[in-house]
Design a binder for this molecule. Structure first.
Ligand SMILES: *Cc1c(COP(=O)(O)O)cnc(C)c1O
Length: 415
């Protein structure tokens, strides 16, 4: 094995990092190494400026006029297209609205309606739970529809696909292990059987390069408050390939999805495009925060971002395995950088306590039950030096056993 880089070598990597200037755009507190941008992205000065402008000027002075004069009404589509650039979606196919959970509900129903006679939803047994909960909910409203799970009903999604499958709901990057699926290959395999695919991009939008159009995907959903830094509870996005727009029916047929919302007609006549996925009035202040966050993303070269993400995560794996392996932390993410998202997970039977001890020392990651220590690496504001320091603090906590203090065992509601 190569020898570990020293701090001087690490600092040279930061000097040479083309993304380094982005760090100053974020309002990170001093003394914090933030490795949880995969759960809640950091705030940027651009976001503060947008929120201030939206609240004080547009709402405060513009009042109702701002729906037109400040472009509020068009934000879902405008921001959708800006996210579209990051996920390989040409214009007019992505809209920002509601939460990922609700968007899963809408896309699952739409997909089932497009495949009459097929009554199976395939998903992953180790998916982020809300995806499964929403799939259960959809199945409960459609007589005959059942759920097949990878890891329960067969080992792989491929084995679960047959003529009865209408739709496969699948994560591009697994939220816990960071495993990355081959989007193009799996999309092809699913569509060859006549089924549709919904990609969950919660852990890939803003984290890695994504090419929905290139892969020929049918639908996608994802968060904007994780890697995209849109703020707590920022609305999610939906993508639907243009070829499907004419056949989409979704059950939450609210007035914002109507072709002519301000005609106030008695019956629902859905918009001909992606707007059909909107339901009711959108959270404008949250959308404006997201708009601020996306103004940074407009400048980002996604290939450079991906390269740095792999370098950061490689470095963290090497450092932690070398310094901490003897204390029982076990890598739960692939060593192959091309096959993981922008996160690294380790398991340890006292993962919760260790993470609390890390957070007290200013190294913020998170814990996922039952035993996962999860670290997200957001290349826009995490430096190689952060990675080096985080691994050193973890080593100190493990070698001293400081995590054994009682206060670290107290569980909070959000982990
Ligand atoms: C974070 C995450 C969600 C969150 O859904 P919300 O409706 O925004 O709470 C859904 N799916 C996956 C895979 C996630 O990682």
């Amino acid at each position: 094995m190569d020898s570990l880089p020293d701090l001087a070598a690490i600092e040279a990597m930061d000097e040479a990092d083309p993304l380094r200037p982005f760090r100053n755009r974020f309002a990170l507190p001093a003394g914090v190494i933030y490795l949880d941008g995969n759960s809640l992205g950091a705030a940027s000065h651009e976001v503060f400026a947008e929120v201030r402008q939206a609240a004080m000027e547009e709402w405060g002075n513009g009042l109702i006029r701002s729906w037109n004069s400040a472009g509020w009404f068009h934000l879902p589509l405008e921001l959708g297209d800006r996210i579209g650039r990051l996920i390989g979606a040409a214009e007019g196919q992505t809209v920002v609205t509601d939460s990922t959970s609700i968007n899963i509900y809408k896309t699952l129903h739409a997909a089932l309606a497009m495949r009459p006679g097929r009554n199976v939803i395939v998903a992953e047994g180790d998916s982020f739970p809300t995806d499964l909960y929403m799939a259960e909910g959809v199945a409960s409203t459609r007589p005959g529809v059942t759920l097949r799970l990878e890891g329960r009903d067969a080992n792989t999604i491929e084995e679960l696909i047959d003529e009865s499958v209408a739709v496969v709901l699948v994560n591009h990057v697994n939220y816990k292990s960071g495993e990355l699926r081959d989007m193009a290959a799996l999309t092809k395999r699913i569509q060859a059987s006549g089924a549709l695919v919904i990609w969950d991009l919660c852990h890939s939008a803003g984290a890695i390069t994504v090419d929905l159009d290139g892969a020929g995907a049918d639908f996608a959903v994802g968060c904007s408050y994780k890697y995209l830094n849109g703020g707590p509870g920022a609305p999610a996005f939906i993508y639907a390939a243009r070829r499907h727009h004419a056949s989409i029916a979704q059950p939450l047929s609210g007035w914002w999805g109507h072709a002519r919302p301000f005609a106030f007609e008695r019956n629902f006549d859905g918009d001909a495009g992606i707007k059909r996925f909107l339901c009711g009035t959108q959270p404008i202040l949250s959308l404006r925060a997201l708009k601020g966050a996306l103004s940074i993303w407009d400048e980002v070269d996604m290939k450079a971002l991906r390269q740095k993400s792999i370098a950061l995560t490689d470095l963290f794996i090497r450092l932690v395995e070398a310094k901490c392996g003897q204390y029982g932390v076990v890598l739960d993410t692939t060593r192959d950088g091309e096959k993981r998202g922008s996160q690294v997970s380790f398991t340890h039977s006292n993962g919760y306590e260790i993470m609390q001890a890390l957070i007290e020392r200013g190294v913020i990651g998170d814990f996922r039950a039952p035993s996962t220590l999860r670290f997200g690496f957001t290349p826009l504001y995490v430096s190689y030096r952060d990675v080096w320091l985080a691994a050193s603090v973890l080593e100190e906590i493990l070698s001293s056993g400081s995590w054994r203090d009682q206060r670290f065992a107290v569980r909070s509601a959000v982990t």
